[in-house]
Design a protein around this ligand. Structure first.
Ligand SMILES: [Zn+2]
Length: 73
C-alpha cells in the first residue's frame, strides 16, 4: 500500500494547521489523533512547514508505516 502525500502547508485550513482537523479528510480530531507527518510549504521567505495530524482511519489508510494498536504483525 502506498501512502497518500501530506498536503502542502499552504493548502491546509487553519484548523488543520492547528492539529484540530484531520489533514486528509478534515474531520475533527476529538480523540485518537495520529501524527501524520510534516506538511511542507512556504510563502515568500516565511516557512509554513508544520507537523500535522490525522484521524485514526486516515492514519491506517495513508501512513504505510503506521501500526495501530491491536495489529498483530
Ligand atoms: Zn481523516
Amino acid at each position: 500500500m502506498t501512502g497518500l502525500p501530506i498536503p502542502a502547508a499552504d493548502r491546509l485550513t487553519r484548523r488543520q494547521r492547528q492539529g484540530w482537523d484531520c489533514v486528509w479528510c478534515g474531520t475533527s480530531l476529538w480523540s485518537g489523533a495520529v501524527l501524520a507527518g510534516r506538511a511542507e510549504g512556504s510563502v515568500g521567505a516565511v516557512d509554513l512547514s508544520i507537523d500535522v495530524y490525522a484521524c485514526p482511519r486516515c492514519a491506517r489508510l495513508h501512513i504505510p508505516q503506521h501500526v495501530t494498536q491491536g495489529d498483530s504483525k
